[in-house]
Design a protein around this ligand. Structure first.
Ligand SMILES: Cc1ncc(COP(=O)(O)O)c(C=O)c1O
Length: 412
C-alpha cells in the first residue's frame, strides 16, 4: 500500500466510524479535514481544497494564521478558564476592543450565535418587564426568511419553516413580518406590544438578501418612537465580513443591541452581544434578585484572547479594505458568469466577502461538484451558491475559485 492509499483508507475508516458513533443530524460531505493554511485546507487523504467558505464565515483570518496561533498557544499555557466568579483580564480587553470599534457601550460574552441571540432576547424581554415596567410587551418581532440559530427560542424566531417544523410547540408571542417591508414592521410595532425587533442587516442563510436603502433607518425611527429594542443579528455579517466592521455601517444606523459570533474568534468558539448603556439595563443585576443571565464558558480567557487578537490583526493588516477590494472582485467575476451562463444563473448579490450567486435550480449539486474539483463553497437559501472566504483572501484566490466554478458550470 502506498502512503496515499493508506491515508485514503484512513479517511474512509474515519467516515465509517462517524456513521456509527455520531448523531446523524448533519449532511456531511465525504471528506475529513486534517489541516489548513490561509485559504487552503487539506483532508486526511492529502487532497488540497481552496476554501472560499472559511468554515461558514468563521475563519476570518484564514486557517492557522501564524500570529493568532502564537497568541492562542501562549494563552493556552497561561490560563484557560476561571469562570465568571472573578474578573477575567482577556474578557475586559476583548470587550474594550469591541466597544472601541462599534456602537456598543457594554458587552456580554457567550459561546455561539444562537446563545448571543438568546441573550439579546432575554435582554429585550427584561428591559420591558423590569426597566420599563411594561410586562405586557412580550412580543418578539422577526422577519420571514431569517435565520437566528438552532436553540428552541432561536428556531422560533427563525423565519423559515424548514428549521422550525418538528420542534413545536415553539416559543409563543413571536410575529414574522416580510423582510424589507417597513410598513408591515411599523404596523405591528405601533401597537406597542413588542419588546424587540430582531433582524439581520443582510439575510445570510436566507440567500444573501440585501435590504433596500432606508429600510434599517426606517426601522430605527419606528423603534425609537415605540421604545422597542432594535436587535441586529450580526452573527454572520459582523467582524469585517461585509468590508466594514459591522453590517449596520452600510446603512448609517445603529441598533440597541447586536449579536456576534462566527468571525469573532477566528475559529475559536465565541459569541457576544453588544448593547447601548440604556439597553444594557435589561440584563443588569439587581440586589436581592438572581443573576439575570450567565454562561459557564462565556468570556473565558482563551476565547477572548482569540477575539482581541482577531480584531487587532484585522485592523493592523488592513483586512477591512482587503475584504472590500476582494469582494468587489468576486462581484465582477460573478457578473461575468451570470452573463456567460444565462440558462443556469439568475443574478449575484452581497457585500464585501459575503457573496451569493443565485441559480435557477437548487445549488446543492454545483456545491458538491465544486468540492469534488477542490473548491469549497456553501449553499444559502437553497438556490444560492455562497462565497464567504477569509478576510485574507486575495483576488488570485478568487480567480482560482472562479475557474473551477466555471468548469463545473460548463460541464453541467
Ligand atoms: C445570522 C445568524 N444568526 C445566528 C446563527 C447561529 O449561530 P450559531 O450556529 O453559532 O449558533 C447563524 C449561523 O449561521 C447566523 O448566520
Amino acid at each position: 500500500m502506498t502512503t496515499s492509499d493508506e491515508s485514503t483508507a484512513k479517511q474512509n475508516e474515519l467516515i465509517e466510524t462517524a456513521g456509527k458513533v455520531l448523531l446523524k443530524n448533519y449532511l456531511q460531505q465525504p471528506t475529513v479535514m486534517a489541516r489548513g493554511s490561509g485559504v487552503e485546507l487539506f483532508d486526511v487523504s492529502g487532497k488540497r481544497f481552496l476554501d472560499l467558505t472559511s468554515g461558514i464565515s468563521v475563519c476570518a483570518l484564514g486557517h492557522a494564521h501564524p500570529e493568532l496561533s502564537a497568541c492562542l498557544a501562549e494563552q493556552t499555557g497561561k490560563l484557560l478558564h476561571t469562570s465568571n466568579l472573578y474578573f477575567i483580564e482577556e474578557q475586559i480587553t476583548a470587550a474594550q476592543a469591541l466597544t472601541e470599534r462599534s456602537f456598543a457601550d457594554r458587552v456580554y460574552f457567550c459561546n455561539s450565535g444562537a446563545e448571543a441571540n438568546e441573550a439579546a432576547l432575554k435582554l429585550a424581554r427584561r428591559y420591558q418587564h423590569v426597566v420599563r415596567e411594561s410586562p405586557e410587551r412580550n412580543l418578539i418581532v422577526s422577519t420571514e426568511g431569517s435565520f437566528h440559530g438552532r436553540s428552541i427560542a432561536t428556531v422560533a424566531i427563525t423565519g423559515q419553516d424548514k428549521y422550525r417544523s418538528g420542534f413545536g410547540p415553539l416559543l409563543e408571542d413571536v410575529a414574522m413580518v416580510p423582510y424589507g417591508d417597513l410598513a408591515a414592521a411599523t404596523a405591528i410595532l405601533e401597537k406597542r406590544t413588542a419588546c424587540c425587533f430582531i433582524l439581520e442587516p443582510i439575510q445570510a442563510e436566507g440567500g444573501i438578501i440585501v435590504p433596500r436603502a432606508g429600510y434599517l433607518q426606517g426601522l430605527r425611527a419606528v423603534c425609537d418612537a415605540t421604545d422597542t429594542i432594535l436587535i441586529f443579528d450580526e452573527v454572520q455579517t459582523g467582524v469585517g465580513r461585509t468590508g466594514k466592521w459591522w453590517g449596520y455601517e452600510w446603512d448609517g444606523v445603529t441598533p440597541d443591541v447586536m449579536s456576534m459570533a462566527k468571525g469573532l474568534g477566528g475559529g475559536v468558539p465565541i459569541g457576544a452581544i453588544g448593547a447601548t448603556e440604556k439597553a444594557a439595563e435589561g440584563l443588569t443585576f439587581r440586589q436581592g434578585g438572581a443573576v439575570p443571565h450567565a454562561s459557564t464558558f462565556g468570556g473565558n480567557p482563551l476565547a477572548c484572547c482569540a477575539a482581541s487578537n482577531v480584531l487587532r490583526i484585522i485592523e493592523e493588516q488592513g483586512l477591512l479594505a482587503n475584504a472590500m477590494t476582494v469582494g468587489d472582485h468576486i462581484a465582477s467575476r460573478f457578473e461575468e458568469l451570470v452573463q456567460k451562463y444565462p440558462d443556469t444563473l439568475v443574478e449575484h448579490r452581497g457585500r464585501g466577502l459575503l457573496r451569493g450567486l443565485v441559480m435557477k435550480d437548487l445549488a446543492g449539486p454545483t456545491y458538491r461538484r465544486c468540492r469534488e474539483e477542490g473548491l469549497l463553497v456553501s449553499v444559502a437559501g437553497g438556490y444560492v451558491l455562497r462565497f464567504a472566504p477569509a478576510l485574507v483572501a486575495t483576488t488570485d484566490n478568487v480567480d482560482e475559485g472562479i475557474a473551477i466554478l466555471d468548469s463545473v458550470l460548463k460541464n453541467g
